[in-house]
Design a protein around this ligand. Structure first.
Ligand SMILES: Nc1ncnc2c1ncn2[C@@H]1O[C@H](COP(=O)(O)OP(=O)(O)O)[C@@H](O)[C@H]1O
Ligand SMILES: [Mg+2]
Length: 234
């Protein structure tokens, strides 16, 4: 197991959002967490990334406790988070954003990483001198993922990568995520729009009110009547 959460409780000030959250990701999997707006999906990814502290429970990455680590240390460990708002440097060029993503990496590896990102997202190469904030939503999502890849993650966490994107761009982004997994990077996605995420997932969890209430293969959850009714709008 590359990532394990055991009975994690976390939240904001005195408000507990995650209640004994327990889940795990095997190396090389794409795992999705689906759930309604407000279920705690973003909070879970923020806890994993070290952006909020946990009040109890354990988070292990490659067997090592990371629950008390700083965010930049977690990135150095190989766990890299792409936030829902993408957190790009809007006034900077595409290439500048990408290079900043490699801040934990030796300078000598940057050009090789750039080539890998450009191969995955050719549009970023074509637009490399464009300001990030003048890119379309889909291009910005690709840039955010590309920047995360510049840190050479072993595991990538993605918060609603398809939100707000036109259907053809959703398909492009999800195809890229599959390619990333195929290069050996483990991927954890949280999504409210579940059907396409489930389609590319090896396994998936359903989160309700800060806890996991169901798990299975992507296909099992996509076929489940409860999931179809509650999360797939069918
Ligand atoms: N910064 C915050 N301060 C207080 N409560 C928050 C904060 N961020 C989120 N919450 C609350 O935490 C709960 C879970 O939110 P979130 O993790 O964003 O859910 P999801 O990503 O599944 O939509 C919600 O009730 C939300 O209002
Ligand atoms: Mg969210």
């Amino acid at each position: 197991m590359i990532l394990e959460l055991h009975d994690v409780c976390a939240g904001y000030r005195k408000l507990e959002i995650l209640h004994n959250l327990t889940m795990h990701i095997e190396a090389g999997e794409i795992v999705s967490v689906i759930g309604a707006n407000g279920a705690g999906k973003t909070t879970a990814l923020r806890a994993i990334a070290g952006l909020i502290s946990t009040s109890s429970g354990r988070i292990l990455f490659e067997g090592k406790e990371i629950g008390r680590e700083r965010p930049d240390q977690i990135v150095r460990d190989g766990l890299v988070h792409v936030a829902q708002d993408r957190a790009l440097f809007g006034g900077l060029q595409v290439i500048e954003n990408l290079v900043m993503g490699a801040y934990t990496q030796p300078k000598t590896s940057v050009s090789e990483s750039l080539n890998q990102v450009f191969e995955l997202f050719p549009i970023l190469k074509d637009r490399r001198t464009q300001r990030a904030d003048t890119m379309s939503g889909g291009q910005q999502q690709m840039l955010a993922i590309g920047r995360a890849l510049m840190a050479r993650p072993k595991c990538l966490t993605l918060d609603e990568p398809s939100i707000g994107l036109a259907p053809n761009l959703v398909a492009q982004v999800l195809a890229a995520i599959t390619k990333i997994r195929d290069t050996g990077v483990t991927v954890l996605i949280v999504e409210q729009n579940a059907s396409q995420a489930l389609a590319i997932s090896d396994r998936a969890y359903v989160m309700e009110s800060g806890s996991i209430v169901m798990e299975g293969s992507g296909q099992e959850l996509a076929d489940s009547p409860e999931v179809r009714k509650a999360y797939l709008g069918m």
